[in-house]
Design a protein around this ligand. Structure first.
Ligand code: SAH
Length: 389
């Protein structure tokens, strides 16, 4: 039986609306003896059951996994995993040795759990200590639900969980040599989750990369913040005239070059290791298309103002430099910068650049990164495609 967390009077309304977070300030129980990762039952001040989840000391004290009165046993995990697999099957994402996000935390009603799927290999990252209690059940559920489409499970939580947890990254099921090849839109990617950033690939830009591909024919493209080169490969695959891939990390450029080689793109490409802001001040070519996909400038609310200034400066540089009739793909993955604030910032950058700008597309995260209807904080990736005269 799980220990109980009793809420203060009047603090149950967000859970009744099925928002999955309990903030520490809402709790009446003295939780000093509770352990990080402990499964708890949350009840209202009058003792009414509200949900079951993982406790962790911090601002978000409980992450709710279920609002039904049930235990987090194998049956629970089987249902949850079956449901995430069903959604991605419906979206057609397992086809053609594909790539998809299999579990998107709150968006799949599993706060704290991220799983990405690469042509048979699943890479799991826990963002809450409580998820570590269920590794065996999750592995078993993946076997049942994915069947032959499941060859290995790699657990990589050493950089997502607090240091006090002793975490060994490694295979929980099967084995798979890295880099492992998987396909997006018919393009091959060599993915290395063992040494790469996050789970090895930025799956969330799939639809946006594909849109860029459609606009690339005969164009000169600058892909700034390229990581493993997805936007560049899409452009080259769609007959771009010349593509520059830029990243400040030499390792990222090496990944891009490996992917170019894998797809036999041997010309029409220039690699640049540089700081994007510096590079944009004085470009060696004039570009028809520029992509700006920086890492999150603001990870916390207190960094919001500085982040806005950063996005404005970066975008103003790109807007000033782009060819007349050019197209800018610009993104923010900072969760604390919402889509309105991002758009206002880009409008401010447009004014500063003195260019005439129109918005062609408003972009966001793809369908395998669903946003729980009761958890709007799950929306994090936003982008704009601008036409610059
Ligand atoms: N667009 C990529 C994902 C980008 S991730 C894709 O489709 O896969 C962000 C990248 O920005 C990382 O590779 C990181 O190394 C790079 N980066 C961070 N700061 C940078 C800077 N100041 N200049 C250039 N690249 C930077």
């Amino acid at each position: 039986m799980y220990r109980e967390i009793i809420l203060k009077k009047g603090k149950d309304s967000s859970l009744l609306r099925r928002h999955p977070w309990v903030f520490s300030g809402a709790i009446a129980t003295d939780y000093s003896s509770f352990l990080d990762g402990e499964c708890v039952r949350v009840v209202s001040h009058s003792g009414k059951y509200l949900g079951t989840g993982h406790f962790q000391h911090g601002s978000i004290a409980v992450r709710i996994l279920t609002f039904e009165e049930e235990s987090l046993d194998q049956g629970f995990w089987d249902k949850r995993v079956q449901r995430m697999v069903l959604l991605r099957t419906t979206l057609g994402l397992f086809e053609h040795r594909g790539i998809c996000r299999l579990c998107h935390g709150e968006g799949d009603e599993l706060p704290g759990l991220i799983m990405d799927y690469y042509n048979g290999a699943v890479v799991m990252q826990c963002h809450s200590v409580g998820m570590l209690n269920h590794l065996a059940e999750i592995t078993h559920a993946l076997k049942t639900s994915l069947g032959e489409r499941f060859i290995a499970l790699y657990h990589k939580s050493s950089d997502t969980l607090p240091k006090r947890q002793e975490i060994q990254d490694g295979y929980l099921y099967g084995e798979c040599t890295v880099p492992h090849v998987a396909y997006e839109d018919g393009i091959q990617y060599a993915i290395d989750w063992e040494t790469g950033q996050k789970t090895g690939f930025f799956i969330d830009q799939r639809d946006n990369r594909s849109l860029l591909g459609k606009m690339s024919r005969g164009k000169t493209v600058l892909n700034a913040f390229c990581y493993s080169g997805g936007f560049s490969l899409q452009a080259l695959n769609n007959q771009a005239k010349l593509v520059y891939s830029l990243d400040s990390s030499p390792k990222a450029i090496a990944l891009t070059e490996r992917n170019l080689e894998l797809n036999e793109f041997r010309d029409r490409h220039v690699s640049v290791v540089a700081d994007a802001m510096e590079f944009l001040k004085e470009l060696p070519e004039s570009f028809d298309i520029i992509v700006l996909d920086p890492p999150a400038f603001a990870k916390h609310l207190d960094k919001k103002h500085k982040a806005v200034q950063g996005y404005k400066r970066l975008n103003a540089h790109a807007l000033r430099q782009i060819k007349p009739g050019g197209i800018l793909f610009t993104f923010s993955c900072s969760q604390v910068i919402d889509k309105d604030l991002f758009q206002h910032t880009i409008v401010a950058a447009s004014i500063e650049s003195g260019r005439k700008v129109r918005i062609l597309h408003q972009l966001h995260q793809p369908a395998d990164h669903p946003i729980g209807a009761f958890h709007p904080e799950g929306e994090y990736l936003k982008g704009l495609v601008l036409y610059v005269e």
